[in-house]
Write a protein that binds this ligand. Structure first.
Ligand code: KPL
Length: 303
């Protein structure tokens, strides 16, 4: 059975760890602080609970002794460097690191530390939120995994399928990453600023107008990076994710409510930066990014 390392046990990492463990997949978690064994409970859509005891370590050497063949990276985007450094010690040479994170640039960061042949990316539209050691269903979706450098992704796909996830190979992972980033640039800052659930955005024409501009700006930024997106297709994807995860609080809203830093630097602010560097402007993304930064300044305790 493929041994799996889950890097970060937030809402998504916890959900993956619980579902894989319930399917009999050997799972270990690599976290910042040593935990011993983590007893987590995943509460599914139907209220059915999965309880899992996940071995957890902060030591890359202990993780290496576990001999994982796949590592799913689920830490926040601003911790990707730290995760990559830990994985450079924790992963045996033949193992693959798969980023399932939100945001732009995570795959490149992992590849710069681990090498292109050992990294892949997955885009994930599953929702979940975590309260203490309980993780709650927040919407079902899909996970599409691929590597722009041709690394084989059949093992992570099979493992995720064994855990009950709808996992597929992506034949254009850069395009999928940009489409997912567009979804997050539309939904996450607005839900965090307005303090609403994903589906509630649809009932405000003002919010939907902002979303139209964000889509345009993200499509423009993707184009500057050599990825051609169709704005109409992106709009349909954004709307379908808003519907499928309608009752979910976005990860950014959860971060703001918990007074944690957000991933805005890898989303709206990244889009604004790419556009600026390419001689274009992305005023709506820039403003959303600055508002979320201001919210962080005002809510995160200093020191
Ligand atoms: O990825 C998400 C997030 O919250 O970060 C979505 C798909 C929008 C689900 O909430």
């Amino acid at each position: 059975m493929t041994r799996v390392l889950v890097v970060g046990l937030g809402a998504l990492g916890g959900r993956i760890a619980c579902q894989l463990s319930a399917a009999g997949v050997p799972v270990m978690a690599l976290e910042r602080s040593t935990q011993g064994t983590r007893s987590l409970t995943y509460v599914g859509r139907d209220g059915i609970e999965i309880r899992a005891n996940i071995r957890s370590t902060s030591s890359p050497c202990a993780a290496r002794d576990f001999a994982p063949l796949v590592a799913f990276v689920t830490v926040k985007a601003y911790k990707t460097w730290e995760a990559a450094e830990a994985l450079s010690q924790a992963l045996p040479g033949e193992a693959l690191a798969v980023t399932l994170q939100n945001g732009l640039g995570n795959l490149e960061t992992l590849a710069s530390v681990l090498g292109e042949h050992r990294t892949a990316a997955g885009v994930c539209t599953y929702g979940a939120h975590r309260e203490g050691d309980r993780i709650f269903w927040g919407g079902d979706g899909q996970i599409r995994i691929g590597s722009p450098w041709g690394a084989s992704v059949s093992i992570p796909i099979e493992v995720l399928k064994a855990g009950g996830f709808d996992a597929h190979e992506s034949h254009d992972i850069r395009r999928d990453i940009w489409t997912k980033a567009a979804v997050n640039c539309c939904i996450n800052p607005l839900t965090a600023l307005l303090r609403v659930r994903n589906g509630e955005l649809r009932s405000s024409p003002w919010a939907m107008e902002i979303i139209r501009s964000v889509i345009q700006e993200t499509v423009q930024a993707a184009g500057l990076q050599g990825v051609a997106l169709d704005p109409e297709e992106v709009r349909r994807t954004v709307e379908s994710v808003m519907e499928a995860t309608g009752g979910n609080r976005s990860s950014m809203l959860q971060d703001v409510e918990a007074r944690r830093p957000t991933e805005i630097g890898s989303l709206s602010l990244k889009v604004a930066e790419i556009c600026r560097d390419g001689g274009l402007s992305a005023p709506v993304s820039a403003a959303l990014g600055e508002l979320v930064r201001a919210l962080e300044d005002l809510s995160i305790p200093k020191g």
